[in-house]
Design a protein around this ligand. Structure first.
Ligand code: KIV
Length: 276
């Protein structure tokens, strides 16, 4: 039986050159299924806002919403490291806010670590959360909470100056105590440089093949979406299409009087079926 994974497991995996697999999850049953596959890290991401709650972007997501879904996910007792995303404005206004909200994700939601977006300017926040004994995962590059600062979802670090800034950001997050860094939407060359330059694992999403690991939003890789997907997503299934076909069959059978039939019906007689 696989041992419970911790942040140290992931750091060891980088040392051994083993690739790390991460995936988002937002509910109990999906988490059970994901965890059975041996994924190393499960993230209750603020992508929750877009793929579950129907928001335009991740900015409206609240601490309460993340905690609500963290609770469902943590009830599945995953072997994977469980990370909760710190939503927009839960850590930007003050270090005290950040520590208190990170504490809520652990204490109320059952998270084992938290993720925050941003580089050097969040070093005091990372240090304070780590000082409160809560492991922190960093997140650099196309960080969706900075949507308005970037002027849209644009690949970051394409020119030499911004690439250098992101490289320094990565070094400062490691120095501040992060146990891993998500690299999102950056050129693969920069992701490779950062991966070689830091001792903690890098987890890529739209950052090419040279990171120590990979994360995807589960809805995207399963094909449950209503918007065009970025090119970095690989769809492993078309579950959305398959759901629609199955539900159309159900609609037709109910309307046509085919379902329910006698096989799905209880009888007043003595002969009992297994579940009566
Ligand atoms: O919110 C999220 O799901 C994320 C991942 C895509 C890294 O931040």
């Amino acid at each position: 039986m696989r041992k419970k994974s911790t942040k140290n497991t992931l750091i060891e995996m980088k040392r051994r050159g083993e690739r790390i697999v991460a995936l988002t999850s937002y509910d109990y049953l999906s988490t059970r299924i994901i965890d059975e596959t041996g994924v190393d890290l499960i993230l209750v991401g603020d992508s929750l806002g877009m793929v579950v709650l129907g928001y335009e972007n991740t900015l409206p997501v609240t601490v309460e919403e993340i905690i609500h879904h963290l609770k469902a996910v943590s009830r599945a007792k995953p072997r994977a490291v469980l990370t909760g995303d710190m939503p927009f404005m839960s850590y930007q206004a003050s270090v005290e806010d950040a520590v208190r909200n990170a504490g809520r994700l652990v204490k109320e939601g059952g998270a084992e670590s938290v993720k925050i977006e941003g580089g050097e300017r969040y070093v005091p926040v990372v240090k304070a959360i780590v000082n409160a004994s809560i492991p922190v995962m960093g997140h650099l590059g196309l960080t969706p909470q900075s949507l308005y600062e970037f002027g849209g979802y644009k690949v970051q670090g394409k020119d030499a100056e911004s690439a250098e800034r992101l490289y320094r950001d990565a070094l400062s997050l490691e120095e501040a105590g992060c146990f891993a860094i998500v690299l999102e939407g950056i050129p693969w060359q920069l992701a490779e440089r950062i991966t070689k330059g830091v001792g903690i694992p890098t987890i890529g999403i739209g950052a090419g093949p040279h990171c120590d690991g990979q994360v995807l939003v589960i809805n995207d890789m399963l094909g449950i979406h209503d918007k065009p997907l970025p090119r970095f997503v690989k769809k492993y299934e078309e579950i959305g299409q398959r759901m629609k076909l199955a539900i159309q069959d159900y609609v037709e059978e109910v309307r046509g009087g085919v379902f329910p039939g006698m096989d799905q019906s209880y009888s007043a007689g003595k002969e009992k079926k297994a579940d009566e």
